[in-house]
Design a protein around this ligand. Structure first.
Ligand SMILES: CC(C)(COP(=O)(O)OP(=O)(O)OC[C@H]1O[C@@H](n2cnc3c(N)ncnc32)[C@H](O)[C@@H]1OP(=O)(O)O)[C@@H](O)C(=O)NCCC(=O)NCCS
Length: 123
């Protein structure tokens, strides 16, 4: 929901649709941070379930990470991942993101409190 809210209000140059055969099947984008965090952006993404496992998001995360460092004056990209989301962790690791922190019992999803993992990619 947080991502949907961001995507509906963000600058078009930070949010992209993922298109397969002419249909939008997912989204990926970067969220700018401000004040003392302004040299960082947070990456977020989702893909329709029927397209999982085909390497789409690995390619998309690589492309938008390159885009973010080229286009914006930042030194750090990071992702905030539910600890059980092994596919997302794998996508990040395959693109050079490194485990940085575990935020214990930081998030709740479907009624279950869980840890959040921070993965970062530094310029
Ligand atoms: C997470 C998500 C983005 C992955 O997208 P995808 O296009 O299926 O990812 P890819 O096919 O590029 O790569 C998935 C990798 O995770 C691995 N993987 C998938 N399920 C896994 C699991 N349960 N445990 C460990 N690894 C897993 C795959 O094997 C693959 O790695 P490999 O290439 O080394 O074999 C997609 O599942 C999604 O949109 N989920 C819902 C939204 C979400 O979780 N967004 C991210 C929030 S941080």
């Amino acid at each position: 929901m947080r991502w949907v809210q961001h995507a509906s209000t963000a600058l078009s140059e930070t949010v992209f649709a993922i298109i397969v055969n002419g249909n939008a099947v997912g989204s990926i984008g970067l969220v700018a941070k401000d004040d003392v965090y302004r040299k960082s952006m947070e990456i977020g993404y989702w893909l329709g379930e029927e397209f999982w496992g085909g390497g789409i998001m690995t390619e998309a995360v690589g492309a938008i990470s390159d885009y973010g460092f080229d286009r914006f004056d930042i030194v750090r990209l990071y992702a905030d991942v539910f600890e059980w989301n092994h596919a997302s962790v794998r996508v990040l690791e395959k693109n050079g993101y490194v485990f940085e922190a575990r935020l214990k019992r930081a998030v709740i999803k479907d009624g279950m409190v869980t840890d959040a993992l921070i993965y970062s990619n530094l310029k």
